[in-house]
Structure formats: C-alpha cells, structure tokens
Design a protein. Structure first.
Length: 411
C-alpha cells in the first residue's frame, strides 16, 4: 500500500535526528516559517545573552567590559565559531561590518594580488550588491579595471588570462542553483586568477569546505541561515597563505597593529585582524555568538541530508497541488542550496496571500516565490502543510485581491 505524504511526513519527523534542535528556537504559534534564507528564526539563547550584555556587561561593567568580558576580541571568537561551518581553519575568519563592506575589502586585496590583470569576472544574475561593489571598486581603481558578467554556464570558458578575480555566490539567491566550488576554484587557479566566494546562502545551510577546495577569499551573512538577527554582522575569510603582509584599503584604527598606541602611521595588524576597521557592534555580535549555539555538535552533512528530504517532500506536494507554479530550483541535490523557488506571473500577490495564512516565504523580482528550507527548525509536517495551503491559495485564486497586490517597502 502506498504511504500517504502526510503519514510519510510524520514518520520522517519521528526519525529525524535533528528534531530536538527545533526546541532551541522561539517560533511563533500558527506560523510555518519558510524564510530563514532571508532572516533566520530567533534562537532562544539570544534573548538571555542580549539581556546579560545590556544589563550586566554594559549596564554594570560599563567600559571595563572591553577587558573584563573581552569585547575587543569578540570578532575573532565568533569568527572561529563560524569557521567549522565553512570548512576554514581557526584564525582565518573574522566577523565584522556587512557582507558588502567585507566584499569590498577582500575583492580589493585580490585585485591587488594580480597586478596587470584588469577583469573582475562574475556571472549574470549574481546578487546585485556583489556586482555593485565590484563595479564601484573598478570605478575607483580606474586604469582599465572592469567587471565582466557572463552566463553561469559560460564561466568555465570565461576565465581568460586577463581575469584577476572570479567573484561568485555559491548559491544563487533567486533560483537556489549551487555552483561547484571545487571545480570553479580549480579553473580560476589554473588560469592564474584568484576567486572570492559569497556564502550568504550557504553558511549554515549546506556543507562548505573552503580549505578543501583551496578557495582564496570568502564573505558571508550572519542573519540568514546563521540566525544572528536582523542586520547581524557578516564574516570574511582569507586563506592563511595570504595572511603575511595582509592589507586592505579600509585602514581603520582597529585594524592597526597596535590600535591603542594611536600612532600617526598605519601598520596593519597581523593575519585576519587586518580586516578589522572600527569598533565591533557588541550587542549584535553577541546575539550572533549566542545564535551559533544551535550549531554545537551539528553535522552539516546531516543538515544537507534533511534539507534534501524536505525539498523532495515540499516540491512534490506543490507540484501535485499547484501546477500553476513552475519550479526553477534544480532537482539534483548536488546543484542546489536549501531553498525551493517557483515562478508565477502573480508571485507577489500569491506570497502575500500565503503570508496572510501563516506560510511565510518571500518574493523576488520579477515573478519568483522563494521558500527557505531550514532543517534546524523545520519539520516535515510543516512543509507538507505549507504545500497544502499553497495548493488552496492557487486553486481558489485567493491571491487575486487588491490588498495582496499592494507593494510594501520591503518585499
């Protein structure tokens, strides 16, 4: 006898080794949250940590807490907690600033390391901020430096002898397509180019091996799958082979070799600390630090395995119940991150109708419904229920109402 999808979801939940981690999150009742790829859910430890930092470390310790609670080295400590999630050795990851600013830093370093080469190569459809930052850097440097964008499938042939740096996002924010990091890093190196990886939709979602793939530089986001909270600081990785003499253009005081000497001349700090600029945002960085507790003891291979099972159940049920939605995320698990994306001509209105019914995903221009599948807190029954509600919204055209077509400032 064929097992019904709902029954199968219940069975998978009962056998799920990651199921206990769900209790580490504060999830609102009546909501199926499928937007962790934009903003992760709240880990329970964050509220208590934030309270302690505000009331005790700041409120009572005041400025003494830079020493007594070692605020000054928090960027390194949190970086070392992220490092295992992205396959990086200790001392190679720093938490600071935003993804965009960190990208400017490492991209600047990479271009300088390849003098005489003028091209920053990226793919068409890369996340816009990456292209904007690359374009701004090229304009600032002048001297013929340019950004060249090619279709994703043409990247292998596009790494020519004039390419200084290849800039890629491992998992595409719209489609969920996942690049082969090992292959493309090898192609870049064979052509004499360096490579920068954006891990915004990878870190905490899929296994990443920066060391094993010999990646040069990487950046990533703290508030998506790492659950660090809205606007959480980002991280940057520099391969240890580049640490000696490491220098980046934003030469702020905390990136100085001896910041409290207040010297007139700038000398970069050794190693990854050279990527520091100004005072770290202690409140938000402490929240990210607390959020990372949910990954303690977690095997990222198990996270990926559950992600793939969630994807199979969810997409098969959406396909059966809402044939008007066209899936665009690769069905091959090797070629995708941890999201499922679909096209619909009224995608924005459909998503608003779903949110009104407690299924929270998001919309991306021009016609994409995007659902993040976050294995640490999503159950199989959640994605089954979500697919059922999607089917109801499509079948009844519940999205076809004026209030669902009114665009908000944040979409």
């Amino acid at each position: 006898m064929t097992v019904q999808p709902r029954t199968r979801a219940r069975e998978l939940d009962a056998a799920d080794p990651l199921a206990p981690i769900r209790d580490l999150f504060a999830l609102p009742e009546g909501v199926i949250y499928l937007d962790g790829n934009s903003l992760g859910a709240l880990p329970r430890t964050v509220a208590e940590r934030t309270r302690a930092v505000v009331e005790e470390q700041w409120g009572e310790g005041l400025i003494r807490s830079w020493n007594t609670h070692d605020w000054i080295d928090l960027p390194r400590r949190v970086g070392d907690r992220i490092a295992p999630l992205v396959g990086a050795p200790p001392g190679s990851v720093i938490v600071a600033d935003s993804t965009s600013i960190n990208l400017f830093k490492v991209l600047s370093i990479a271009v300088r390391l390849r003098p005489g080469r003028k091209v920053i190569l990226t793919e068409e459809g890369n996340f816009p901020t990456d292209i904007y930052i690359a374009g701004g850097l090229a304009e600032l440097l002048g001297n013929g430096v340019e950004v060249r964008a090619v279709p994703a499938m043409s990247l292998g042939q596009a790494v020519t002898e004039d390419v200084a740096v290849v800039l890629l996002t491992e998992v595409n924010y719209r489609t969920g397509y996942r690049h082969n990091m090992n292959l493309l890093t090898g192609i870049a190196h064979a052509a004499g180019a360096l490579i920068v990886w954006d891990l915004a939709h990878s870190a905490g979602a899929v296994p990443v091996d920066l060391s094993g793939t010999d990646a040069d530089f990487a950046v990533g986001c703290g508030y998506k799958f790492l659950n660090g909270g809205p606007g959480a600081p980002a991280f940057a990785y520099v391969a240890p082979r580049f640490h000696h003499g490491l220098r980046q253009p934003l030469s702020g005081w905390l990136g100085h070799e001896k910041p409290f000497a207040f010297d007139a001349d700038y000398r970069p700090a050794p190693g990854i600390d050279a990527l520091r600029v100004g005072s770290p945002p202690i409140l938000s960085m402490s929240a990210l630090d607390a959020a990372l507790d949910v990954f303690d003891g977690v095997d990222m291979a198990a996270v990926k395995s559950k992600s793939d099972e969630l994807w199979d159940l969810f997409v098969s049920q959406v396909d059966a119940r809402a044939r008007e939605l066209t899936p665009i995320t690769p069905s091959d698990p090797r070629l995708r991150g941890s999201q499922a994306s679909f096209r619909h001509p009224e995608a924005y209105a459909v998503m608003q109708a779903l949110i009104a019914r407690g299924v929270i995903g998001d919309f991306r221009e021009p016609d994409i419904l995007r659902f993040g599948l976050t294995p640490l807190y999503l159950r199989y029954i959640d994605v089954w229920k979500a697919a059922k509600i999607i089917g109801q919204v499509i079948e009844t055209r519940a999205w076809d109402r004026p209030e669902f077509k009114q665009r908000a400032k944040v979409v």
